[in-house]
Ligand binder design. Structure first.
Ligand code: SF4
Ligand code: F3S
Ligand code: FES
Length: 234
């Protein structure tokens, strides 16, 4: 079948402003939107720029706004993208466009790094793996699923409006370590998230939860971190 893609194009080196361009692509209804973008890039216009790697919703590199919603292009099937109408594709919002569908992810990763996203275990180096019960592992199971795609953070109206909000993805990844029984530095992360750029900027808009391609309960994780800060009186 033939589909029309309307893509918001922008090359800061040559364009004064972003503009829409329309392309036709020959695809199967069971193809993904990523396949249609490849069709355009390989057969029509090689200058089209977008990120992708795994093509299987694992690497998190091809988040974009498709028909107004944050989606992974490799996850959304053509048949589910209202192909009878032009499929509109734009870069994710709240991060500077570098070219076409490629945005500058550095501010997103700066926020991620700020919450110390790694296990910190005090005391002597253990000589075997640290025991964790299935129940303790379950406590943070949902937030281990994050692939750092930025669909959540770039769908959050608070993030769009404030360059200083750490954003839901960073909180999800803090949650993953705060509630890990093997980690000894939850207080440090909670203190970072209690600052004015942290969790209390969230106004429970729920866009993040709706946008997450891994179906992580993002807003719930944020609420759990807020409660933990209040419980520990940080
Ligand atoms: Fe992507 Fe979900 Fe992780 Fe947010 S929480 S970065 S939407 S996988
Ligand atoms: Fe934003 Fe999600 Fe909170 S969309 S306001 S981080 S619930
Ligand atoms: Fe890896 Fe889509 S290309 S998540």
């Amino acid at each position: 079948m033939k589909v029309t893609l309307e893509i918001l194009r922008y090359d800061p080196a040559t364009d004064k402003a972003p503009h829409w361009e329309s392309y036709e692509a020959d695809v199967d209804p069971m193809d993904r939107v990523l396949d249609a973008l490849h069709h355009v890039k390989w057969y029509t216009d090689g200058t089209l720029a977008f990120r992708r790697s795994c093509a299987h919703a694992v690497c998190g590199s091809d988040a974009m706004v498709i028909n107004g919603e944050n989606r992974l292009a490799c996850q959304l099937l053509i048949k589910d993208a209202s192909p009878e109408k032009p499929i509109k594709v734009e870069p994710i919002r709240g991060l500077a466009v570098e070219k076409d569908l490629i945005v500058d992810m550095e501010p997103f990763f700066d926020s991620y790094r700020s919450i110390l996203p790694y296990l910190m275990h005090d005391g002597p180096e253990p000589d075997k793996e640290i025991y964790q019960s299935p129940e303790d592992r379950e406590r943070f199971d949902d937030t281990t699923k994050c692939i750092l795609c930025a669909c959540c953070t770039t769908s959050c109206p608070i993030y769009w409006g404030s360059g200083s909000y750490v954003g839901p993805a960073a909180i999800v990844n803090a949650h993953r370590f705060i509630f890990d029984s093997r980690d000894d530095h939850a207080d440090e992360r909670l203190a970072i998230l209690a600052e004015k750029s942290g969790v209390f900027r969230c106004r429970t808009a729920f866009n993040c939860t709706e946008a997450c391609p891994r179906e992580i309960k993002v807003t719930q994780a944020i609420q759990e971190v807020k409660r933990e800060i209040l419980y520990r009186s940080l």
